[in-house]
Design a protein around this ligand. Structure first.
Ligand code: ADQ
Length: 460
């Protein structure tokens, strides 16, 4: 059985629960055959060039963790610059927020080359490589250029936008060409797969060989939609563990006279936070029976705070929440409880379970795991309602949620009202479908389907 090698920007100890479902699932797979997880150490070094320091090796159970430090300058250009200042906004359709600074691409290439150089000597001939996300798009091509002939798969966790949007990236031809170094390119949704397929044919002149196989630049790549899921059993277990239960009871008691609505995410402009607060304002205005009765808990964890677009968003959100509480609040009722912080993973399920309605309304999202976690944490006998953006990848699978267009503020307010008023039987029926879907397509299904496809692809 081949050894699995996972490469991602950050490496997590798969044994720690705090690392979350993805790390646990990858850890499971790595553990099975004894595996290697390679990535950035999370440390930056002043002065010298990236990679001058030794490769750091560590072990976690059966898994070897191999990491490298990055120089402050490379980290700025590769991570903050190209990955999060160009690729993240463009792939989320926000060309207006992209900063095409020529220095970024140099650092992005340099770090990908460094990763390839450091990883190659660790590889055995029959290792299977699985590279993750937009930080590392050209890593496969760098490895091939150094002579690597292993099977390599790539999974993009964020959306793949329509061809003309990708084409706004000055280096798009080089970037997408480098995807042909992989044997398999995994995307989150069928929509992403359509965009990818149309980009490679229209912009790169690739030949469609059928079954989502494309030929260009003397190579054949297979693409596929592999929607990522959560570890439903692990999440359900957290819901019933002490901290989950305590949190649920505390929230139930605190909000016993209120209808609780909940939003949880990283504070990111792709998540549609201002639009959501505006929709909640519209709800209070249009349906005054919610005054003194509905409370929105909005938790937005700090993210990429050293970037301008994120500080602007933080200010906008604070001002919108403040204005809503100022305009509608009473001495004994605040419409919005806004918190700019993380909630401990063990307590999160209790919070989800106490909510009558979850608002998961990104403007664009690769998948969105919060939607799936909310479903997993519900009491099937009295479940809450999921209001979900049609622009989240998860909407393709979760059609039994109440789907909304997050740009349509009034429409969203009407749907939230529908969610608040939904009769028990309808809530139960919808939840049953949703739960079946997240169970069937859980994180183990995702990992297994991707790796099975990768290891059985015929190669030329
Ligand atoms: P993210 O954009 O980070 O992920 P998401 O899929 O929702 O978005 O995952 C976030 C995770 O962080 C969830 O497990 C959630 O519980 C946790 N989390 C978020 N806010 C939190 C808070 N305030 N406190 C505690 N925990 C919090 C990217 C893509 C997604 C894709 C995933 C996985 O943008 O579209 O679904 O990767 O592929």
């Amino acid at each position: 059985m081949s050894r699995l090698v996972v490469v991602s920007n950050r490496v997590a100890d798969p044994r720690k629960a705090a690392a979350g479902g993805l790390a646990v699932a990858l850890g499971d797979a790595l553990n099975k055959t004894g595996g290697l997880w390679f990535g950035w150490s999370g440390k930056t070094i002043e002065g010298g060039a990236s990679g001058e320091g030794e490769l750091q090796m560590d072990t976690a159970g059966n898994v070897t963790l191999a990491t490298v430090d990055l120089s402050v300058q490379d980290h700025a250009g590769y991570y903050l610059g190209y990955s999060n200042g160009v690729l993240w906004p463009v792939f989320h359709y926000r060309l207006d927020l992209a900063r095409f600074d020529a220095g970024f691409i140099t650092a992005y290439r340099r770090v990908n080359q460094l990763f390839a150089k450091r990883l190659l000597p660790l590889l055995k001939p029959d290792d299977i490589l699985w590279i993750h996300d937009y930080h590392l798009i050209p890593l496969g091509a760098e490895l091939r250029a150094m002579g690597c002939t292993n099977r390599i798969g790539f999974f993009l966790h964020i959306p793949f936008p329509p061809p003309l949007i990708v084409a706004a990236i000055p280096q798009h031809e080089w970037l997408i060409r480098s995807l042909f170094a992989y044997d398999l390119v995994g995307l989150q949704s069928e929509a992403d797969l359509r965009h990818f397929s149309s980009y490679v044919q229209v912009e790169a002149g690739a030949l469609d060989l059928g079954s989502n196989r494309f030929r260009a630049f003397n190579r054949t790549v297979k693409a596929g939609a592999f929607p990522i899921g959560i570890d439903v059993d692990e999440f359900a277990a957290l819901t019933h563990a002490k901290e989950g239960r305590d949190m649920h009871e505390r929230m139930k008691e605190e909000y016993s006279r209120r209808k609780l609505l909940l939003g949880v995410e990283r504070l990111d402009y792709s998540k549609g936070l201002p639009q959501r607060i505006r929709a909640f304002r519209a709800l209070l205005r249009k349906y005054p029976e919610n005054l003194k009765s509905a409370t929105l808990i909005q938790i937005a964890s700090p993210s990429r705070e050293d970037m301008g677009a994120y500080t602007d968003l933080l200010k906008e959100l604070e001002s919108l929440c403040g204005a809503t509480n100022g305009d509608f609040g009473e001495l004994d009722w605040m419409p919005i409880r806004y918190m700019h912080r993380n909630v401990a993973r063990k307590r999160l399920p209790g919070l989800y379970r106490a909510a009558r309605v979850a608002l998961v309304t990104p403007l664009r999202d690769g998948m969105n795991l919060v939607a799936k976690e909310f479903i997993a944490a519900q009491d099937p006998a009295d479940p809450g309602v999921l209001v979900l953006s049609r622009f989240a990848g998860a909407a393709e699978q979760l059609e039994h949620a109440l789907l909304v267009n997050p740009y349509d503020i009034d429409g969203m307010a009407e749907t939230i009202q529908q969610a608040l008023q939904m009769p028990l039987e309808e809530r139960q029926a919808r939840h049953q479908h949703l739960l079946a879907s997240i169970r069937r397509y859980d994180v183990h299904w995702w990992r297994k389907t991707f790796l099975d496809t990768l290891s059985t692809i015929s190669r030329d």
